[in-house]
Every structure is written in structure tokens, then in C-alpha cells.
Design a protein around this ligand. Sequence first.
Ligand code: CA
Length: 221
Amino acid sequence: MRILVVEDEPTLRAQLVQAVAEAGHTVESTGDGREAHYLGEVEDFDAVVLDLGLPSLDGLSMLRRWRAAERNMPVLILTARGAWQDKVAGIDAGADDYLAKPFHIEELLARLRALLRRRGEHASAEWQCGPIVLDTRAARVLVDGRPLQLTSHEFKLLALLMQRKGEVLSRTELSEHLYPQASERDSNTIEVFVGRLRKKLPAGSIETVRGLGYRLADAGA
Ligand code: CA
């Protein structure tokens, strides 16, 4: 895999480069914000390790620019110890994971492995159920080869039903999937979303299992 390491502190940068290279990856590294931004914009990396405090362009601005330009490689940010605001801002800017300094190199390598593994799973994730095809990487749904317009809630709902097609999913389960925050959950809204989704899909795609929940069925079978 090809990894970009962005860190302006020379000793730490050298340690990171060595560790990531010893883990079997090809490493590019820089301590300059603008140069890092340029590299991430024009070259392809499987993951980026990004320090936030950098000369010439800070890590958060860089990340926002990459994401705005649809550069979607996994990014692990390095934050100052105790700076929880940096973690929140980093995740909002599009970071996939974070690590607070000081950290053990082993932990960084473990998190990097997890990011690369998730990316690998996504790369081949195209799910099919009869005429419905869902491409998780492109977040796109086709029915009989034609693109289907879905809201983000409808997409998430369909993704879960497709991932577990044939299984009955309760309203509670669907609600937990759609709303990670318990305070926002309301199983009645699930009925509304299922109703809307059902209208967009081929007839018979979503079955109601009385008293239990919903199940995705192959409407073409
Ligand atoms: Ca720094």
C-alpha cells in the first residue's frame, strides 16, 4: 500500500516513516502543509497520516480541501494531547480516525491496518438483490440498471436491508442504525422512511413481517 505521512517534527516523522515502511508499505513524507496538500490532491494514496499543526497550511484546512475535491482516501489525524476540540473538528473535516500525541507506534500501525482493511472491504462492496444493485463505495443504487434517487436516510436504510437481505430486521434495529444518538430515535419515523423507500423500489421488495419488522426480498424472483 502507498501511505503519505505528514508531520513537521523531524524526529517523529523519521520514526513514522521507518515504522510504516517496515510494515511493508511504500511511504511518501513531508513536513510542509502546502506540499502535503498538493501530494494528496494529485497523487493516489491508500491512506494518509496527518499531523494537524503544520507550517504553511494546517492539517484541518488541508483535509477540508481534499474532501471538497472528492479526495476520499482514509485519513488518520494526529492531535495534541487533550485537545478534544481538534478530534471533533478533525472528524467533522472528514478524518476517518485520530490518535492523540504522544502515542505508541504500534497503536498507530494497528489503526492504519484497520483503515486499510475497511477500505479493502469497501472496494468490493457491491450488493445485489434481484433487480436492485447497491454500490457502497459510490453510495449509488441502480434498479434494472437505472440510477435511483434516494435521500441519505433512505440509502442507509436500504443498505442495511441489503447487507442482511432475507433477514427480518426490527424497527428498533433499523432505528439504531439510522440514528446513532439514542435521543433522536423514534421507531415511528422508521415506518415513514420504509414507506417512502418502498414506493421507490420494485413492488414486493420490502416485506412487512407482522409484529417483527421488515425484510428485503428479491422482487424479481
Ligand atoms: Ca506539528
